[in-house]
Design a protein around this ligand. Structure first.
Ligand SMILES: Nc1ncnc2c1ncn2[C@@H]1O[C@H](COP(=O)(O)OP(=O)(O)OP(=O)(O)O)[C@@H](O)[C@H]1O
Length: 246
């Protein structure tokens, strides 16, 4: 039987008086690839912060079967924030150094690297198809390539769950499909559970297993087959009228 990695039950949250999330309930099982989709300001980042234990909400939040407040295994969750790709391009760090920093971030600056650090850097870069770039400066890479490197940095501590906040912002439109294919491979071949947050309803769907559509509350939650049956007009309505029709 599949194990629930993340369970949210009736989660509500306000910043001051403004309600941002209202009675949100979703479950992410082991092996799922969930796209959490919603327009700007719909509460996606807030929900991620609640899942990561950075904000405390009303309702129940469980990680790997434990209440988020007492969950100890932070290393089981790899997180790539929205800001990762606004990397200072003049910063003189190689791809290898960036990925390696995923090993030292919890141990502190002066902690020695594990003996197998080189092998692990290589494996993490290979998993995202970037092994040939390890000696390049991070600032010389494209947005999509940088995003892959940040994912490798998250993968190096061998998480069970990977959380990605708007990972395709700054990725060339032509590279988006191959980026999703890479994530699909991590999900299926490496058995990595993924939550991907995006405002893009055109998110390539062939790799994704489930969709949650959020606009302060959950308007839809189901598998891809169920999602594909929703008329596009309905989705545009959920978005308001700012989304172009295709
Ligand atoms: N620290 C904060 N203090 C007050 N209000 C906030 C704060 N952070 C976010 N908000 C508000 O909460 C709402 C939800 O914001 P959130 O960042 O979760 O949305 P989002 O769906 O991730 O948006 P985007 O796609 O633009 O990143 C917005 O109206 C935002 O202005």
């Amino acid at each position: 039987m599949k194990k629930p990695f993340v369970e949210l039950k009736n989660v509500s949250f306000n910043y001051g008086l403004d309600p941002v999330l209202n009675n949100v309930s979703i479950t992410v099982d082991e092996g799922d690839f969930l796209a959490l989709v919603g327009p700007n300001g719909s509460g996606k980042s807030t929900l991620l912060k609640i899942i990561l234990g950075l904000l405390k909400a009303k309702g129940e939040v469980t990680l790997f079967g434990e209440p988020v407040s007492s969950f100890q295994h932070r290393e089981w969750i790899g997180y790539v924030s929205q800001k990762s790709n606004s990397f200072n391009t003049a910063f003189p760090a190689t791809v290898k150094e960036v990925v390696q920093s995923g090993l030292t971030k919890k141990a502190g600056l002066f902690k020695r690297l594990p003996k197998d650090a080189n092998k692990r850097v290589h494996e993490a870069l290979a998993a995202v198809g970037m092994e040939q770039f390890q000696h390049r400066n991070i600032g010389e890479l494209s947005g999509g390539q940088q995003q892959r490197v940040f994912i490798a940095r998250a993968l190096i501590s061998e998480p069970k769950l990977l959380v990605l906040d708007e990972p395709t912002v700054g990725v060339d439109i032509k590279q988006v499909q191959s980026f999703y294919d890479m994530l699909g491979e991590l999900n299926k071949k490496h058995n990595l559970t993924i939550i991907l947050v995006t405002h893009d309803i055109e998110t390539p769907s062939n790799q994704i297993s489930h969709v949650a559509f959020l606009n302060k509350r959950i308007l839809f939650y189901g598998n891809m087959e169920e999602y594909n049956q929703i008329p596009k007009e309905q989705i545009y309505e959920w978005y308001g009228h700012s989304v172009r029709a295709v």
